[in-house]
Design a protein around this ligand. Structure first.
Ligand SMILES: [Zn+2]
Length: 201
């Protein structure tokens, strides 16, 4: 369950349109799973991904940093702030792990597996492997960034990957939703609806 946090919901600092609509869906979905991981975008103040850290730049500008292009965002999900907290209607008490990413000031992290330099691991692969998990289902925010990069990295790490598409919402910056769908098709990431999962158990 990717980044279902106040700042990514309507009225948040980096609101994903209708982002809050996923909350009741994932609450229900989670009941189908014994192993659930919740992730949180969790940045220190002055994070590299914030436009405010780059004088003269605006949110949604793209700059080049040490690891390549980086889109700049409004300040969001700052460690310990109300915006970084999970949506208050999220109810998945049996989740076994809360994984925080984007914690290094100079590296962003869309993926829940690797930070944006593509080499710094979050540790999620090890957690899943140690528990014998071979297939990953993804839901949350935003479809075209953190869900997308997580799905791509999960494939790279050898997991079977299923995205529950009606339990995700996208931001759609610079054609990013269309690019996400192309990427999923190319990588063999399955996209299903939450209802299909509930029906099959
Ligand atoms: Zn972030």
């Amino acid at each position: 369950m990717v980044d279902i946090q106040n700042d990514f919901c309507p009225s948040g600092a980096l609101a994903v349109p209708r982002g809050d609509e996923v909350v009741p869906i994932v609450n229900q979905l989670a009941e189908n799973f014994k192993n659930v991981v919740l992730t949180q975008d969790w940045h220190p103040p002055g994070h590299l991904s914030f436009a405010s850290s780059h004088p003269g730049r605006s949110p949604y500008d793209t700059i080049t940093v040490a690891y390549g292009p980086q889109i700049l965002w409004p300040d969001h999900c700052v460690q310990g702030t109300p915006g970084a907290v999970f949506h208050d209607a999220l109810r998945i008490p049996h989740a076994g792990l809360i994984l925080r990413k984007g914690i290094h000031r100079s590296i962003d992290s869309y993926s829940t597996f690797y930070e944006n330099d593509r080499t710094t691991p979050t540790g999620l692969t090890g957690y899943l492997r140690d528990r014998g998990i071979t297939r990953v289902f993804l839901a949350g925010l935003a479809l075209d960034f953190c869900v997308r990069y997580s799905a791509e990295d999960a494939v790279r790490e050898g997991f079977a990957v299923v995205v529950i598409e009606d339990a995700c919402r996208g931001i759609d910056v610079q054609g990013s939703v269309a690019a996400t769908r192309s990427s999923f098709a190319a990588l063999g990431v399955a996209c299903i609806k939450a209802g299909a999962l509930a029906a099959t158990g």
